[in-house]
Design a protein around this ligand. Sequence first.
Ligand code: PLP
Length: 369
Amino acid sequence: MKTVYFDYNASAPAWPEVVETVAETLRRGGNASSVHGPGRAARAAVERARGAVAGLVDVEATQVVFTGSGTEANNQALKCCGRERFFVFAIEHESVLTPRPDATVVPVLADGTADLAALEALLANADAPSMVALMLANNETGVIQPVAEAVRIARQHGALVHCDAVQAAGKIPVDFDALGVDSMALSAHKIGGSQGVGALILRDGSPIGRFVDGGGQERGLRAGTENVAGIAGFGAAADIVSGRLDDFAALAALRDEMVRRIREIAPGSSVFGESAPRLPNTAKLTMPGVDSDTQVMAMDLAGLAISAGSACSAGKVSAPYVLTAMGVPDAEAITAVRVSLGWNTTGADIDRLVAAWEDLYRRAGEKAA
Ligand code: PLP
């Protein structure tokens, strides 16, 4: 039985063109810092990819710094910006929440969007140069954040803004300048590139310095021999998804049809962040009375890959913090799973998921009776 993949927000399957590009680049070899022919070819591959990744968020290629992951890009922004006070929203990814243990955590509203009034009040009392971190789209709920508005508030208080756009890029249009942020994190594997490649996008004149010390690669902003093949694959993926934003937007119809049918089966099923703008592919929804681990295991047995929480925090048995931040009671939060669709998802895939969902829900109901 073919497994149907509903976990694109964890990692999107690599595009066949990406697999080919990575393999071909590895076969060719060469170090992008070498001056001989193979080195120059490797450099050309990196620079081609830099242009493609720049295009994804509408910046100049010179603003792109390749990193080892989205996590590393977030760490670099928060740890190397020279600011003293940090304001991070409660729903941020762990790679934003943890680099600054002294950061002030800013609340979100019940719909999962940033509480900008709270941000404004906190910044008004900030006693030192600050940085605000607000993601563009949440990995669990898909809720799209009011980043441009947060930037306007931050500017009034002289604060920098870093934006984790790892989940948004390639899924919705992202325009770095229109958002007005100072820095942005991206990750290749969320758009069908390979894992272990990311990018930090910097505004010209950004104060953000290097995080990894060593050689002078990436214009001195990220030491270490470039992952030429992974970067080339990132570029190939960026080119593909940039041309397929309409296909991605169309996933909202499949997602909403799935939710409609699930609610016919269980009218009490909640979808978190439903009233806010969301990524077209994401639903964080509950199966009343059935905990998320049971759902993930039963779905896996039925050949369906879904997620209980963020993949990075798998194994932890507590209510997902993103839902707790939205005020969802623990008893409900532990029955939530994330279903994230992608470029390959079909109507037949949704049929299989809804059938398996109904089967589990009925069986759980019989057991409880
Ligand atoms: N930020 C968000 C919102 C994510 O969803 C993830 C991955 O789960 C990351 C950052 C980390 O990216 P990477 O897996 O490239 O380290």
